[in-house]
Design a protein around this ligand. Structure first.
Ligand code: HEC
Length: 154
């Protein structure tokens, strides 16, 4: 009798620990996906958009670096979203729509357009005016995915 209880207890503990592990792993996946997007947001909005708005001075080196970072980062999106975390990052403003994993091919198909826009515009930015055009061109392609696959949580 006691043995049965101990075994049952051990089993329950095991299930409990496994459950916690699975939840943490899912949160890790969601955080990784969010971090990738935030990094792209940093280049796009923290550097490029702020320059367009005149909030920071035009710095060709910083602009070139931002476009370079985006060009390297954007093609990693399909792989980063390969796993469905089935949960949102705690307290996040934006979440990933479940539609991504209902139609992953459609999600992935949004990515090459962003890369193409980046390749087209990255050397065209020479001043605030030309940077604005470059920003708008890339932003339209980011938005094309966000409209369908990003959810506003708060
Ligand atoms: C193929 C789809 C796709 C493309 C392309 C894409 N994103 Fe996202 N983005 C998402 C999804 C899904 C989310 C919400 C989930 C998340 O934040 O992890 C998101 C969220 C974001 C967020 C909010 C992060 C937060 O939680 O604060 C930013 C910022 C962002 N993206 C920037 C960009 C920029 C800039 C581009 C273009 C250079 C871009 N994204 C291109 C799918 C995409």
């Amino acid at each position: 009798m006691i043995r049965t209880v101990v075994v049952a207890g051990a089993l329950l503990l095991g299930v409990g620990l496994f459950g916690v592990g699975a939840v943490m792993a899912q949160q890790d996946v969601a955080v990784k996906q969010d971090n990738l997007m935030r990094a792209q947001g940093k280049s796009m909005y923290g550097v490029i958009l702020k320059t367009v708005k005149g909030e920071i001075p035009y710095d060709q080196k910083a602009i070139d670096a931002a476009f370079k970072d985006l060009e390297a980062s954007v093609p990693t999106i399909p792989n980063a979203f390969a796993t469905n975390p089935k949960e949102d990052v705690v307290n996040a403003t934006y979440g990933a729509s479940q539609k991504i994993w209902q139609n992953k091919a459609d999600f992935d198909s949004k990515v090459p357009a962003v890369s193409k826009a980046l390749a087209d515009v990255k050397r065209t930015a020479k001043d605030v005016a030309s940077l604005k055009v470059a920003f708008d061109t890339v932003q339209a392609k980011c938005t094309d995915c966000h409209e369908t696959f990003r959810v506003k949580l708060k």
